[in-house]
Design a protein around this ligand. Structure first.
Ligand code: PEP
Ligand code: MG
Length: 575
């Protein structure tokens, strides 16, 4: 029966497809060794997973009390007991310690050992009890990867799942999956960014989806509005076809701007850089006439693999992006991972109660021996093939910039001594996304060659609002007087010192925000290529002098409503 489920728009695009509910966890883990120094953290990660499953089982038992037949009740009780089986758990600790192996791989080895014992049993019933062990092992694996599991997809499917990790999206797209609906998630998460990059329609926060949709149902989704239609009727299908036709027409219209400058009505050229996660993004950016890559999120190179990419792997990836940009500058951001997004990155990070405030970004790069050095070597080597800049994420203090600057100089000397062809100068910039960096900017601006405002995190940290918490979505906005004032001050300091400043958060991709960003003094924006032509169109409809004259009124606004009124009054008239 037809049903409407509402979610939040995340990555735009419409799709029609067959629903595929996320399958349970499967244990297909490759052999993964870990470093000796990470053994204790890995054992702790495993025990945290055991504790999580124990509590899940307890809740399950309580919830099912009286509702199960005695046999089923016994099965649930047995599963809970298995978790306390010393054979199962001690064995895994030993494997992690002596391998030393990742918890996942140790789990798999242990499962294989136990299976061998069960397989040798004569009694078919006893043999089949391996299913119980498997159930527990799958749960443990699920807890180790709270939001990861095997995701077999088929072309034409729309995946419906609780949540999705960035690395999984790429895999889905290669399988021909046409869209994703998640019950949780946020339009600002890295998964959303990845989905946009892949042009994969994504609707997040469709809280009813897991309850209402069944495997094989037909879904129509619209990633621009958050609409999810279950079992569409004839009128829905007609509307879907009309939306697709309109999207094709809009695209044709915008495509005329591919070779036009990003110039305001009064003749000011705005530099439009592209954000990129892959070489394909770079090539799309190039075709659309982006000035260069303003943000290459290198962490995507680290995700979805079980070991760290070495210097050679990184170098080739960066070099290929540089080559794809044929002489336009590529800004490569050093690793921006934290405990919440280091899944299968080859980095073993301890559990953190507050990963957004934890060991992440430049802190992590500086804390792990060799991590930043390897990455800087790879980036600098790529500078032998075209202009490259290094961008440092999550900077909160001058000491971090000094440390990176000094390592960059050492690495450049080293590479020169090795006889490598590298650029004479590799500009170094910092993200301004932690409020402390914005506050002390005048004290370190002399140490950097450029700045990039990361509005996604700046809003999160200034307003103390988790950018991935869907329940806070209505509050999470850059249209807050504090955010505008901080951004304006950063831009003012940068302009006074003639240091280029770009803005590379998601608001740069919103055509409606273009007048506001130009009024604040920005002359450079970096955004995903998918939105580049729309933003160019918006720029071409702006009068820069008029907007700058209206900036004081914008900065005087004391409420969100006041800012929204300003935005409404300075809307873009199509050129
Ligand atoms: C930002 O924080 O605005 C940003 C561009 O970085 P990321 O979204 O990768 O955290
Ligand atoms: Mg950020």
């Amino acid at each position: 029966m037809r049903k409407l489920l509402s979610g939040t728009a995340a990555a735009r695009g419409c799709a029609i497809g067959r629903a595929r509910m996320r399958l349970p966890h499967r244990l297909e883990v490759e052999a993964t060794a870990i470093l000796a120094q990470d053994i204790d953290a890995e054992i702790a990660r495993f025990h945290a997973a055991v504790a999580q499953v124990r509590s899940e089982m307890r809740t399950l038992r309580e919830r099912l009390q009286g509702a199960l037949t005695p046999e089923l009740g016994e099965v649930v009780a047995l599963h809970a007991l298995l978790l306390d089986d010393p054979e199962l758990l001690t064995g895994i600790d030993t494997l992690i310690r002596t391998g030393p192996y990742s918890a996942d791989y140790a789990l798999r080895l242990q499962r294989n050992r136990i299976t061998a014992v069960f397989d040798a049993m004569d009694d078919a019933y006893l043999r089949s009890r391996i299913d119980d062990i498997d159930h527990i092992i799958e749960r443990l694996h699920g807890a180790l990867h709270s939001h990861m599991s095997a995701l077999p997809g088929v072309s034409g499917d729309i995946l419906v799942t609780a949540n999705i990790a960035p690395a999984e999206l790429a895999q889905l797209q290669t399988q021909g999956v046409v869209g994703v609906v998640t019950a949780g998630g946020s339009p600002l998460s890295h998964s959303t960014i990845m989905a946009r990059s892949l042009h994969l329609p994504l609707v997040v926060g469709a809280s009813q989806a897991l309850l209402k949709v069944k495997d094989g149902d037909v879904l129509v989704i619209d990633g621009s509005t958050g609409l999810v239609i279950l079992e569409p009727d004839a009128a829905d299908l007609r509307a879907h076809h009309a939306r697709m036709a309109q999207a094709r027409q809009d695209r044709r219209q915008l495509n005329r701007l591919r070779r036009e400058p990003s110039r305001t009505l009064d003749g000011a050229d705005i530099k439009l850089w592209a954000n990129a996660e892959t070489r394909e993004d770079a090539s799309e950016a190039h075709a659309l006439g982006a000035a260069g890559i303003g943000l290459f999120r290198s962490e995507f190179l680290f995700l979805g693999r079980n070991e760290l990419p070495d210097e050679e792997i990184q170098f080739r990836a960066y070099r290929d992006v540089v080559l794809a940009m044929t002489g336009r500058t590529v800004t490569i951001r050093s690793l921006d991972l934290g405990a919440d997004k280091a899944e299968r990155s080859g980095l073993v990070l301890g559990q953190e109660a507050n990963p957004a405030l934890g060991l992440r970004g430049v802190r992590l790069s500086l804390a792990r021996a060799g991590l930043l050095r390897t990455q800087l070597r790879a980036i600098v080597r790529a500078s032998g093939y075209g202009p490259v800049r290094v961008l440092v994420p999550m900077v909160s203090a001058i000491e971090e910039i000094k440390a990176v600057r000094s390592l960059l100089a050492t690495v450049m000397d080293e590479l020169r001594t090795e006889g490598r062809e590298i650029a004479p100068h590799v500009p170094l910039g910092t993200m301004i996304e932690v409020p402390s960096a914005a506050v002390v900017l005048p004290t370190f601006i002399g140490l950097v060659d450029f700045l990039a405002i990361g509005s996604n995190d700046l809003v999160q940290y200034l307003l103390a609002l988790d950018r991935t918490n869907e329940t806070l979505e209505a509050l999470y906005t850059p249209l807050h007087p504090a955010v505008l004032r901080v951004m304006h001050e950063v831009i003012r300091v940068a302009r006074r010192r003639a240091v280029p400043v770009t803005l590379c958060g998601e608001i740069a991709a919103e055509p409606d925000f273009v007048p506001l960003l130009l009024a604040l003094g920005l002359e450079e924006l970096s955004l995903h290529p998918t939105h580049l032509l729309e933003v160019r169109q918006a720029i071409r409809g702006c009068d820069l002098a008029r907007l700058r004259a209206a900036a004081p009124a914008l900065l005087r606004a004391r409420t969100r409503a006041g800012i929204e009124r300003w935005v409404g009054a300075h809307g873009i008239s199509p050129p």
